[in-house]
Structure formats: structure tokens, C-alpha cells
Design a protein around this ligand. Structure first.
Ligand SMILES: NC(=O)c1ccc[n+]([C@@H]2O[C@H](COP(=O)([O-])OP(=O)(O)OC[C@H]3O[C@@H](n4cnc5c(N)ncnc54)[C@H](OP(=O)(O)O)[C@@H]3O)[C@@H](O)[C@H]2O)c1
Length: 345
């Protein structure tokens, strides 16, 4: 049986609806019993209300748990620990680098517990991770990967709060296998997405943690297409004192909690996202590129998370720490509804 934790959040509810439509009959979970009861009634599901610290006592009959409660830095540890203790497979929709790294560190424990740990089964990182896998399949000796996306135009409360968690932490790249700090928005480049060319800005996306696991490529840079004014704002924030950023954080959190709602159903149905990647072998100068077009990021997240949970429930993923492209191959993303690609260059 599948348990969806965080099922009354913006994305958790979408995931729960998608899982029910797929015939999975999940048990819904989260810490607020009243909000959970409403979502469970609307989807005709069983529910269990408990805080993350009590996950272990609530796993009866659960084979796979899909965590949708974020920021994940606040939730993943007790949930992962309980899953490992009870031999339950764990998935989530994090995009937080520290969370990927924390979960990857439990690879050996998970293998011993015969449990799969598969974080990042949303827009971050399914399309980019499968793109990385596709590129590495084409150029197995690649030394460098560059990954970019466009189309995250409207975000949910949880995504904005998760992004605020990293306020003031700057940027990052992966070099020679090591995660290195860089100033925020430290690089830009032009990228030929399938619909049109855009300037993209370096941001610390989850693939900095996952792509080396998926491909073995030790150098990774990740970019997003963001408006020029946002890029200038990000660069300007480098000069703000970190104490000032710390002081501003609670105010920004309150603002997000009061004002951010997430994309409307119409926006989810009509929106698209573009993904591009390049693998290079610095020793030979050889390089390959590819691109994908996907549904709107939250719509893709619900489909990808449920498809990944179905595959894990079906025994398709090995025990231990896994990445989407590593566990299921590059075609995992192109098999999702509404995804077109890979368009190789
Ligand atoms: N990978 C991707 O591409 C992708 C896509 C979508 C979302 N996400 C991530 O998913 C997370 C949720 O996003 P959302 O849009 O659903 O946000 P949301 O609407 O704010 O929902 C967040 C959910 O998490 C729960 N939660 C938060 N902290 C918790 C804690 N300490 N213990 C128990 N439950 C907790 C909330 O419960 P309460 O209301 O009781 O606090 C709520 O149910 C965010 O981190 C977001 O970045 C990732």
C-alpha cells in the first residue's frame, strides 16, 4: 500500500488525486487531522493524522511512503529513519540539495534494510535527471554536464518557503565530484530550448546532487531561465549583509504564507516547461545536446511522483539510494503524459 504524507498541501493534494485516478487506493497522511479528513473524504481514501516524529507508529500495511510535506529539510529525517527501520520504501518531491545529500548518506543503511530511497520525483529532478541520463547514455565518457530549464512561472507556497530556506546561501556547482560554493547567479549562457533560445542563469538545482549519482559525471552546472530583473536582484543580494538576510527571512515567510497560492488549474493545464542539456568530454572536445518539452511543472510533478511510486510498489527500483533516471532510465520522463522529446542536437 502507498502512503502519501503531506496530502493536504497544494502539491500533496494533486498527487493524492492523481494516485486515486491511477487506481492506487493510497492512505493519506499529514499532521493536521481536520485538513486531512477533508482531502480524504473528497478522494474516498483512508487517512492517518500524525506528526513526522510519529511516522514509525503509523506504517502498518504501508509498503511505500511518498513524502510531499516540505520544506523537506524540516521533514525528511524522521520519516526516512522510520521507513528504514520498518523496511518501507521512501520517495519524496524535494529539490533541496542538502536533503538529497542527507538521504544519499543513508545509501548503505537502506541497502541493508532492503528499502529504496528515491527523493526528487517531481519536476525537480525527474526531467533534468532523465535528460542527464539520456546524455550520458549517448556520451558515456562525458566529463561535464550542463542542465537548464524554463517555465517555472508560478510557484506554490511550499516551493516559495523551500526557496527561502536557502536565502543568503549563494550558488553552487559540482566540480571533480565536489559540491562547491559559488556566488548566486554566478554564470549565464544562451540555450536553444525547443520553443526558442533564452538566456539562462546558474542556480543551485537538485541535479547538482543527483546527476553525479545518475551518470558518474563529476562536473555539473544547473541553470534556469529567469527574468533579467530577477537575475539582477539575485546578483545585487550578494552585497547584502547575511545578518540582514536573516532578519528579512521571517518577514518574507509571513508574506509568502499570506499571499502565495500556487498555479490555478487553468495554468496547470495550459503551462509548458522546457528542458535542455549538454554533455561534454573535455578531453576530446566531443559534445552532445538534447531537449524536452513537458507539461506545467506542478502537473508534471503529480504525474511523475505517482508513476515513480507505482514503479517502486511494483518492485522496479533497487534497494539503496536511487535517482529517477538512475532507477528507471531516461525513458521514464518521455513515458509520462504530455512530454515530448528527446530532441537530440
Ligand atoms: N520537486 C518538485 O519539482 C516540487 C514540485 C512541487 C512542490 N515541491 C516541494 O514540495 C513541498 C510542498 O509544496 P506544496 O506546494 O505542497 O506546499 P504547501 O501547499 O505549503 O504544503 C506543504 C505541506 O507540507 C506540510 N508540512 C510542512 N512542514 C511540515 C512539518 N514540519 N511536518 C509535517 N508537515 C509539514 C504542510 O502541512 P501544514 O499545513 O500542517 O504545515 C502541508 O501539508 C515544498 O517543499 C515544495 O518545494 C517540489
Amino acid at each position: 500500500m502507498l502512503c502519501i504524507y503531506g496530502a493536504y498541501g497544494y502539491t500533496g493534494e494533486l498527487v493524492a488525486e492523481t494516485a486515486v485516478e491511477a487506481g492506487l487506493d493510497p492512505v493519506l497522511a499529514g499532521r493536521n487531522g481536520a485538513r486531512l479528513a477533508d482531502v480524504a473524504a473528497a478522494n474516498d481514501c483512508e487517512y492517518r493524522a500524525f506528526p513526522v516524529e510519529e511516522t514509525g507508529a503509523n506504517l502498518d500495511g504501508v509498503d511505500t511512503l511518498l513524502n510531499c510535506a516540505g520544506p523537506f529539510v524540516d521533514t525528511y529525517e524522521p520519516v526516512v529513519d522510520a521507513c528504514l527501520e520498518h523496511g518501507v520504501d521512501y520517495l519524496d518531491i524535494t529539490g533541496e540539495i542538502a536533503v538529497f545529500e542527507g538521504i544519499a548518506a543513508r545509501d548503505g543503511v537502506a541497502a541493508d534494510a532492503d528499502a529504496t530511497l528515491l527523493p526528487g520525483v517531481g519536476f525537480d529532478v525527474v526531467p533534468t535527471d532523465c535528460t542527464a541520463r539520456h546524455l550520458a547514455d549517448r556520451l558515456p565518457d562525458a566529463t561535464h554536464l550542463e542542465l537548464a530549464f524554463a517555465g517555472l512561472s508560478s510557484v506554490s507556497r511550499g516551493t516559495a518557503l523551500s526557496a527561502l530556506e536557502s536565502l543568503g546561501q549563494g550558488g553552487a556547482v559540482r566540480r571533480d565530484g565536489r559540491l562547491l560554493h559559488r556566488p548566486v547567479a554566478h554564470a549565464t549562457r544562451r540555450v536553444p530550448f525547443a520553443d526558442r533560445e533564452r538566456t539562462v542563469t546558474a542556480i543551485p538545482w537538485g541535479d547538482l546532487a543527483t546527476a553525479p549519482w545518475t551518470t558518474g559525471v563529476p562536473n555539473v552546472t544547473t541553470y534556469a531561465a529567469i527574468p533579467q530583473v530577477a537575475r539582477l536582484g539575485m546578483r545585487g543580494s550578494r552585497f547584502l549583509p547575511s545578518a540582514g538576510l536573516r532578519l528579512a527571512k521571517p518577514l518574507l515567510q509571513t508574506l509568502v504564507e499570506r499571499t502565495v497560492e500556487g498555479p490555478s488549474e487553468r495554468r496547470r493545464e495550459r503551462g509548458r516547461a522546457e528542458v535542455w542539456g549538454e554533455a561534454r568530454d573535455e578531453r576530446t572536445g566531443e559534445s552532445v545536446q538534447t531537449r524536452l518539452t513537458t507539461p506545467e511543472p506542478y502537473a508534471l510533478t503529480a504525474d511523475a511522483a505517482v508513476a515513480a511510486a507505482e514503479r517502486v510498489l511494483g518492485g522496479d527500483a533497487d534497494p539503496g539510494f536511487q535517482t529517477p533516471g538512475g532507477a528507471f532510465g531516461a525513458a521514464f520522463v518521455t513515458d509520462l503524459p504530455g512530454v515530448s522529446g528527446f530532441d537530440d542536437l
